[in-house]
Design a protein around this ligand. Structure first.
Ligand SMILES: *Cc1c(COP(=O)(O)O)cnc(C)c1O
Length: 861
């Protein structure tokens, strides 16, 4: 070490005036997904572009002055630049359908915003601030919001080091390196204040000031703000908060989550943004709730109950984690150390407040999703199956509800089609679907014309992608061998790695044990039989990172690599290092079949299969996550042999052999069956079904439309209602809650009397009930002094193996005697089988004043 210091300064690249538009284009991420823009940047210098990881900013910083001169004098290039720029301008001027006068589509005004909070964003391979699916989903959320013209901002952290790069060493073990991010070479800019100085905001952690520098990324029309504490003015402990994504040090992690929440809100405040909906993507940013309460109470002078009501009506929470342990939680002492001070400012004791983060069988931890669920108007899971898993998981927070009724709905994930579709298919879409799918992919009629694309065109497009993928993988392997200084592979040998004529199965995802990357090698003889088959051979491509602390995940990678070595099939069973968005894009566009075999029900949604499916890569997947909602028998294959088994060994065995059977009996058969023109028309039929169903159902526009219709707009409207006439509705709700609370202890359902009416031959009071019968109920409820208008007495009726239920309000008939009131109602019996019902009392407006149902009493027996 020496003490020589240099003063850093930044030099702009010298771009000829004629090419000035490049400077604008490269700083908007639109240029990383629009195919015409990509082609333009590629034209500048294809090799350099690839070396720069397709990062347009890095590219223009590295283009030589001579090349710029050439381009400035190249009329063809200027023409292309201008036409791309025109596309960009027209994209940016697109006002979105939510501002149209068409009433059904009316969204709130442009100056009212949704604030989206996420710890990671997977926007592009050159911005490594993501680790996996959650990040890619957040990135796609912002891109689709831009496409659709939705007023939204993203809030996240600017990590000094990118998520790690993966190398596999000689022993087949994963090694991690963290590269320093060079922001001035990325499409990231510094936010400026009114005087054009760097915008610095402040929050307090442990009573000390933390300075935060604010950066932003332009994603079409959307801004993603990224917070950075790596400033010389901050002390060391604070500077390192934004070092790494998901820092494994618990205290740093907690500070990261305080930073995104408190810092995010401070930024909104500083920029004077009118945020009307707060969308918390996963539990990490749940402290937004605490800080919003504090601000409302301390700065805007609301009471605690008022503030709670307002927060609850403007928060949306998306849960992604189907196992309790994987959900974010901290020791109570740690939460107390960092947040007690803030919580006491709200006027609550820490003990009182911390209950909102606890789950019943654990009084020692604070669970962020628990807090988020209790303070959100809507909580959603990310697929239909995941919603029922989440209901089960969080049922413990709702002791007064049956599992079925736990208010966790779902919006199944989607993918931003433009970012994932190959350029070859994209140009077919332009020609056969028309370009409108760029803005309106959620319109189902757009997708019908997929069927009209000639087979040969789809097949040629796919073949081309496959060849490109293979050459991409070969050059990666060559580079990696060169870096490791191993030269046992000659260029000739490299050229034999993978064969474009062979059926290719891809598997790429995080190497978390539940995803079972090694399932396919569980029977050596059968897998080798597939690979070495003379007539219908199969080759495999794997990619994925294990979490640095996940020894089991790392072992899985080693198992795959060892398998290929031991059996001498390294040219047909390939592991691609350093899975990222770039590798993902190559694989989901280039393989033939996408294999997904997690243990059900641990895959909340999964999105890589959607990226594959929309590219005509056919899914072979466990019926978990999103797949059951898409699979229809003709668009892919389903793995379900373990469905009725309950022991993991048996499930693994059954599903592995089902996969082998499917590959042997159906997949290879279909793939290698060629018609007279030598194309596999039955296979292409399946590809088209896949593109059609996945493109139509699982694009991000459909997903975002559902978030808007189901959550964003209702949140906005109910907040608006609460505020009307100087908060009169808000006040009346709270007044009513007070009255309910005053008598709640005492009220109960004393008794009820059912009688059955048969629609054909009237009979009453029998235990035999037929479908179509009506049950009439008389209930007697002890009301004490409670005004019956403050409660609902309702029949809860459940049928079809608890899958369905109805809530039927009962009518107040009269005050009976001794403060007991009579209510009446009737249930029409539907379907058949074992069913159930009961009567309960619920506070009026339970959903608004007490979203986790404090006011609910069932008749006890
Ligand atoms: C799409 C994607 C994922 C998520 O894939 P899953 O199917 O959810 O496992 C993870 N990592 C990268 C780089 C991706 O592009």
């Amino acid at each position: 070490m020496n003490n020589i210091k240099l003063i850093d300064f930044y030099v702009n690249p010298k771009i000829p005036d004629k090419l000035n538009k490049l400077n604008i284009l490269c700083y908007n991420l639109w240029s990383t997904w629009d195919k015409h823009a990509i082609r333009l940047f590629n034209r500048i210098d294809p090799i350099l572009y690839r070396q720069c990881n397709h990062n347009p900013v890095e590219l223009i910083h590295n283009v030589s002055a001579r090349r710029f001169d050439e381009l400035a004098n190249d009329r063809g290039f200027i023409f292309e630049l201008n036409s791309v720029y025109k596309r960009f301008a027209s994209y940016m001027n697109f006002r979105g359908f939510y501002y149209s006068s068409d009433d059904k589509k009316q969204f709130f005004d442009e100056d009212k915003l949704v604030a989206y909070f996420s710890m990671e964003y997977g926007l592009h391979e050159s911005i490594p601030i993501y680790s996996g699916g959650l990040g890619v989903l957040s990135g796609d959320h912002l891109k689709a919001a831009s496409d659709q013209g939705i007023p939204l901002i993203g809030i996240g952290l600017l990590y000094k080091f990118g998520y790690f790069s993966q190398k596999i060493n000689h022993e087949g073990l994963q090694e991690e390196t963290w590269k320093l991010n060079e922001w001035f070479l990325m499409p990231v800019k510094i936010c400026k204040d009114e005087e054009d100085n760097d915008l610095i905001i402040k929050i307090k952690i442990l009573g000390e000031e933390v300075l935060i520098k604010v950066w932003y990324i332009s994603i079409g029309k959307i801004k993603l703000y990224l917070l950075d504490t790596d400033l010389p003015e901050n002390k060391k402990e604070f500077r390192q908060i934004t070092d790494k994504l998901y820092d494994s040090d618990r205290e740093i992690r907690l500070m990261q989550e305080i930073l995104i929440s408190f810092g995010g809100l401070e930024l909104i405040n500083r920029l004077n943004l009118n945020v009307v909906v707060y969308h918390l993507n996963e539990g990490h940013s749940a402290f937004v709730i605490i800080e919003r309460l504090r601000k409302m109470i301390n700065e805007e002078k609301f009471t605690l109950p008022e503030a709670k009501l307002l927060v609850r009506n403007s928060t949306v929470f998306t849960t992604h984690t189907p196992v309790t342990e994987g959900n974010e939680h901290f020791k109570i002492e740690l939460i107390s150390k960092y947040l007690k001070h803030t919580i006491e400012k709200i006027g609550l004791s820490f003990d009182e407040f911390s209950k909102d983060g606890m789950i019943p069988d654990d009084q020692t931890h604070f669970w962020l999703p628990a807090l988020a669920i209790k303070y959100s108007k809507y909580t959603n899971a990310v697929s239909k199956i995941h919603s029922s898993v989440s209901k089960e998981l969080w049922h413990k927070l709702f002791p007064s509800l049956l599992k079925n009724e736990v208010p966790i709905s779902y919006v199944t994930n989607g993918v931003h089609t433009q970012s994932w579709i190959s350029k070859e298919l994209s140009s077919l879409f332009d020609r056969y679907l028309g370009e409108s799918y760029l803005h309106t992919a959620e319109d189902k009629s757009v997708w019908q014309n997929i069927k009209n694309i000639p087979d040969i065109e789809i097949w040629e497009a796919h073949k081309r992608r496959k060849e490109q993928m293979i050459s991409f993988i070969r050059s990666r392997i060559e580079l990696s061998h060169a870096a490791k200084k191993v030269n046992y592979t000659t260029p000739k040998k490299i050229r034999t790695i993978l064969n474009p004529d062979i059926l290719t199965i891809g598997f790429a995802r995080r190497f978390a044990p539940y995803k079972r990357a090694n399932l396919i090698i569980s029977d050596t003889e059968r897998i080798l039989g597939l690979i070495k088959n003379n007539h219908k051979p199969v080759q495999f491509i794997f990619a994925g990172k294990a979490h640095p602390a996940d020894m089991q995940g790392k072992k899985l990678i080693k198992e795959l690599i060892d398998f290929a070595k031991i059996h001498n099939v390294e040219d047909r069973f390939v592991f691609v290092e350093d899975y990222d968005i770039n590798v993902a894009r190559h694989l989901v566009q280039g393989v033939d079949v996408w294999l997904n075999n997690p243990i059900k029900p641990f895959e909340a949604s999964g999105t890589s299969g959607m990226k594959a499916g929309v590219n005509g890569v056919i899914n072979l997947s466990v019926l978990d996550g999103w797949w059951p909602e898409c699979y229809n028998g003709s668009n892919g294959w389903a793995i379900n042999a373990g469905e009725n088994l309950n022991n993991y060994d048996a499930i693994n065995y059954a599903e592995a052999h089902q996969v082998y059977d499917l590959i042997e009996d159906e997949i290879t058969e279909l793939y290698y069956r060629r018609d007279e023109t030598n194309i596999p028309s039955a296979w292409i039929e399946k590809m088209k079904n896949s593109i059609y169903t996945v493109g139509m159902g699982f694009n991000f526009h459909r997903m975002l439309r559902q978030y808007i219709d189901k959550y964003y707009i209702p949140c906005y409207n109910s907040t608006l209602d609460l505020k009307k006439n100087d908060y009169s509705l808000l006040k009346s709700f709270l007044e009513k809650e007070k009255q309910i609370f005053a008598h709640w202890e005492k009220v109960y359902v004393k008794d009820f009397f059912p009688k059955t009416i048969n629609k054909d031959t009237p009979y009453v009071n029998t235990k035999m009930v037929n479908s179509g019968d009506t049950i009439q109920l008389e209930a007697y409820v002890f009301l004490d002094e409670m005004d019956p208008a403050l409660i609902n007495v309702e029949i809860f009726y459940q049928y079809q193996q608890e899958r369905h239920y109805q809530i039927i309000p009962m009518k107040y008939i009269e005050s009976y005697k001794d403060r007991v009131a009579k209510f009446e109602g009737e249930v029409k019996i539907v379907s058949s089988g074992l069913q159930g019902f009961n009567v309960r009392i619920a506070g009026k407006n339970n959903k608004i004043i007490s979203p986790y149902y404090n006011y609910m009493k069932w008749k006890e027996f």
